[in-house]
Design a protein around this ligand. Structure first.
Ligand SMILES: [Zn+2]
Length: 96
């Protein structure tokens, strides 16, 4: 089972994006970096700094492409509107 990073869209996290998982693609340390910043903010910061592969221990895969990754993620995030930035309450509210 692999998991998708909600910040950069990297699709091969070994564990869910929480509890000290670190994304090798964008370097987000989940449960730490996203403690007081939204995934959107982290994504923007990563993108503005050039969307570079983060991990020094793990080389970037040959297929790795940050733009395609982000594009795929934008589709995913649309499908899960309450994935970020919204508190657990209001899960039933509908936006017009
Ligand atoms: Zn990431």
């Amino acid at each position: 089972m692999e998991y998708t990073c909600p910040v950069c869209g990297y699709e091969h996290l070994e564990d869910p994006a929480m509890d000290d998982e670190i994304c090798p693609s964008c370097g987000t340390h989940f449960g730490y970096h996203d403690y007081n910043r939204t995934h959107q903010q982290l994504r923007n910061a990563w993108h503005e700094s050039g969307a570079k592969w983060w991990s020094l221990e793990e080389p970037s895969p040959s297929y790795w492409n940050p733009e395609i990754q982000l594009e795929n993620l934008s589709r995913l995030v649309e499908e899960i509107p309450n994935a970020t930035e919204i508190n657990t309450e209001n899960t039933n509210s509908v936006k017009n």
